[in-house]
Design a protein around this ligand. Sequence first.
Ligand code: ATP
Length: 226
Amino acid sequence: TKTAAIAARGLSAGYHGAAAVRDIELEVHAGEVVLLAGANGAGKTTTLMTLAGALRPLTGHTELRGRRCAEPVHRRVRAGVGVVTEKRVVFNQLTVAENLTLGRGDTATALAHFPELEKRLGVKAGLLSGGEQQMLSLARVLAAGPSVILADELSLGLAPIVVNRLLAALRAAADAGAAVLLVEQHVRLALDTADRACFLQRGQLALAGTTDAIKQDPSRMEAIYL
Ligand code: ATP
């Protein structure tokens, strides 16, 4: 079996020394999208943020490309981990073009994912719609060519058409070789995007499998998060 791009091994993590997630085993390989789902408070963000290096494990550890990793976020980002959350990270006073060229961004790559940004290149990011800002935010992450993408509810509050665009861009990034871990409220749309899904219940993995298998018997999934 090939090495996972990112993994959690016996991971417990939480706040003020108290575990919010326990014994999490999770792997995402290059080329796949894995959905992390579960009810509010089940521990999705906690798991994702620990994989991002923003939270320290209480027990267990995270791995990048098969190697144990205890680095903070900025070092994981430099090592090819892209993090995108519901908070849109754009520079309002800079144009779309300027936002895309910040850091190591490759504008052509970004526009290939979101061609709709092309006609907005000269516009200040602060003047974009929420959906456009989130597309720009994800475009900036994709422009850096990450090998791992951690996406936490990036479609929160956005129109369905934008949700579809964001999910399609993540799917395309995986098809181009990235490993994508996705936390998403729109579970049904996300199940159509992802290859596998893991469901958390009160901080523990309660169900994992291919999205095809889960869609064939949705009652197990519904029992967990409804
Ligand atoms: P949601 O869909 O509501 O974002 P989630 O599945 O992402 O939920 P987490 O945000 O990981 O869940 O929360 C897991 C548990 O940790 C919850 O009980 C939550 O109240 C608690 N928690 C989250 N953030 C903090 C924090 N900063 N300090 C203390 N407890 C927290």
